[in-house]
Design a protein around this ligand. Sequence first.
Ligand code: ADP
Ligand code: MG
Length: 321
Amino acid sequence: MDCLEAHDFLMNTVVEQKIFKESSHEVYKKAVDEVKRLENMMSFFIDTSEVSQLNKLSGKGKVHISPEVMYVLKMAYKFSKMTQRAFDITLAPVIDLWRRSGQLSRIPDKRELSKLLKLVGYKQIKIDDANGMAGLARQGGAVDLGGIAKGYAADACIELYKSMNVKSAFVNFGGNVKTLGKKPDGNDWVIGIQHPHKQRGKKFGVVLVSNKSVVTSGAYERYFVVNGKRYHHILDCRTGWPSDSDLESVTVICENSTQADALSTAAFVMGLEKAMEIIDKFDETDAVLVTKDKKIYLTKGIKNNFYLTESSSEYSCYALA
Ligand code: ADP
Ligand code: MG
């Protein structure tokens, strides 16, 4: 069996694909096109994307939204509501301010931050499902699907593989993994979880899965430094500042990668206790929660399929009931 392994820079991250099939090049090319297509629809940075159209018309009216973007928008709305805004896709104006500040190696101006924070709130998203339209109530309000779109793209890649008769595959959007089937040798996939304090690629632990998505959110993924202090890219909507919970990273394991992506971001912001509560609400959804005081909490469904690597001996594991 051929194995095609490829890396492409898409959706602002490295997308790694492993496809097991005879003549898998065609599948790979189609997957790249598919991701580009989704990026063109969902990117905050592409002027012609549906998200940009929606943002441009904020406070003024509704725009046409395709069924795929509508699905992601509705999922995002659901998770914003369920997580009591630990996840909020209308955080875009504040995210954008942090991004601009980071490029200048500055922290944002406090007054500007609190002004922009007033534009945030998922309830302003008005969805007209019957006509396939959506709008934002507040002028200057904006949506950023950065915390959920990679999950959707991973789901879309797996659907594409299936439709092209692939039985075994792996796709990774910079820490947002989804697997199809088992490895060709019949074993589960071994998915590494990035070590929060070690160089990129250094595994902290592994989980064994098949037909599942494994998504990690952590403070180490994207950040900048001012006066020796780190400012990372996952923000707390309540304050507008990088979230500062007791968690160092969260890995969510479930079938739907869109769900896993939103939940991992939300759980990271919520902190250990609330994160455990929310994960418990979802069927067949597991998590590996790593706290700043070097403890690892494993939910029931993953405790027998998680292994710590040697480089993580300072951590201790706890299985949740
Ligand atoms: P990564 O981009 O590292 O895979 P995540 O899936 O955790 O990480 O999403 C982080 C991205 O989501 C940020 O870059 C930003 O665009 C957006 N974001 C940051 N904080 C929040 C939040 N509280 N709610 C929703 N989206 C957020
Ligand atoms: Mg996410």
